[in-house]
Design a protein around this ligand. Sequence first.
Ligand code: AMP
Length: 190
Amino acid sequence: MRIVFFGPNGSGKGTQAALLKAELRVPHISTGDLLRAAVKAGTPLGLKAKAVMEAGKLVSDEIVLGMLEERVAQADARGGFILDGYPRNLAQCTALEQLLARIRQPLDVAVELDVPDGAILERCEIRFKAEHRPDDDPAIVRKRLQVYREQTAPVARHFADLGKLVTVNGVGAVDAVFARILEVLPRAVA
Ligand code: AMP
């Protein structure tokens, strides 16, 4: 199964995608994690991405697509994958559709986690205190929410137009949100 997870930073998409990975036995591919690994390793690409990520902006489409293509080509992704954090704008959406057509792995469903801005700000503040991710700083979270609304929300509308979007209420305990996702998935891919 090929799934895309949507939702602003702090919506819980990473947590839910990781749970779903265990359920479906397909890899969880997070472009944010791939970028953070490159930053940590100090690769030339990571050095380029670091400041952009810390400012809460989007890393260039070219860099992210290159990383994604490499990851999707790995053997464990042949049977499907859960994409988390990609596509984040309409250009990435087109690039993804072209990539998936090329490898003959069409997307089954896009899952959008719906969480109000107030709850996002609260969650990111808690994570900021625990993990010290610079992009969880409240001022940066507001910037990321703006980027989401301007650039990523149109991608959700695109998948809705294709009849591939399911929206799940992302408020509540992790287990409760996961149960909601499991409930809608079979219907979405039937
Ligand atoms: P995330 O872990 O998905 O919240 O991503 C953390 C940060 O990595 C984002 O705020 C962006 O700066 C960058 N990033 C992750 N995925 C993408 C993407 N698909 N396109 C551009 N930048 C991305």
